[in-house]
Design a protein around this ligand. Structure first.
Ligand code: ZN
Length: 206
């Protein structure tokens, strides 16, 4: 089992909607970001990458890169899910808390769970989204932005399962590139776990 946590913040700016958990929600502000500013998905991606010790979302999807301008963050989530599968794990469960005074998120939480579970290819009861306020304290309390934190638990995969969207050539290339990076870094925890498993198997065979 591996556990990971993630945290993300985006400030409010001009606009008339926010995108949270893959759901578009009408609001009198937007979120300032290079991508769509989906703090729920960004925190969740960072938790998944953290569980794999694979760095953070900024390293895999650099905000300076033109291809991620106004990007739909569901792309990030699908790629992180593919990395989880590629590294021999499956999501056990995820729990996200999103903090803001406005917009009121309770009416949208179920749609967020459905959207996230759909992208992750898991059951609805494996994904929790909770919305809260900070009691008018701090930057979220002053209505300056939205924050989200996420925790995920990954379990080893019993059998190799097809990665969602594996027919997506770009996603496949991304997963292969990260796998090669881990392979090249012998000090990486996943590379070590793999070689330990390999030598254990070899000694059993011997
Ligand atoms: Zn973000």
């Amino acid at each position: 089992m591996r556990i990971g946590q993630g945290f993300d913040v985006h400030a409010f700016g001009p606009g008339d909607y926010v995108t949270l958990g893959g759901v578009r929600i009408a609001h009198d502000h937007g979120l300032v970001a290079h991508s769509d500013g989906d703090v729920v998905i960004h925190a969740l991606c960072d938790a998944m990458l953290g569980a794999l010790a694979l760095g953070d979302i900024g390293q895999h999807f650099p905000p300076g890169e033109e291809q991620w301008r106004n990007a739909d963050s569901r792309t990030f989530l699908r790629r992180c899910a593919a990395l989880v599968a590629q590294h021999g794990h499956a999501l056990a469960n995820a729990d996200v808390t999103v903090v803001c005074e406005r917009p009121r998120l309770a009416p949208h939480v179920e749609r967020m769970r459905e959207a996230l579970a759909g992208e992750l290819g898991c059951a609805l009861d494996q994904v929790s989204v909770k919305a809260t306020t900070s009691e008018k304290l701090g930057f979220t309390g002053r209505g300056e932005g939205i924050a989200a934190s996420a925790v995920v638990l990954l379990q080893p995969r019993a059998v190799a399962a097809p990665v969602a969207g594996e027919d997506d050539a770009e996603l496949h290339a991304f997963v292969q590139r990260v796998a090669a990076e881990v392979e090249a870094d012998v000090a990486h925890p996943l590379a070590q776990a793999k070689s330990a498993a390999g030598s254990a198997a070899r000694s059993r065979e011997g």
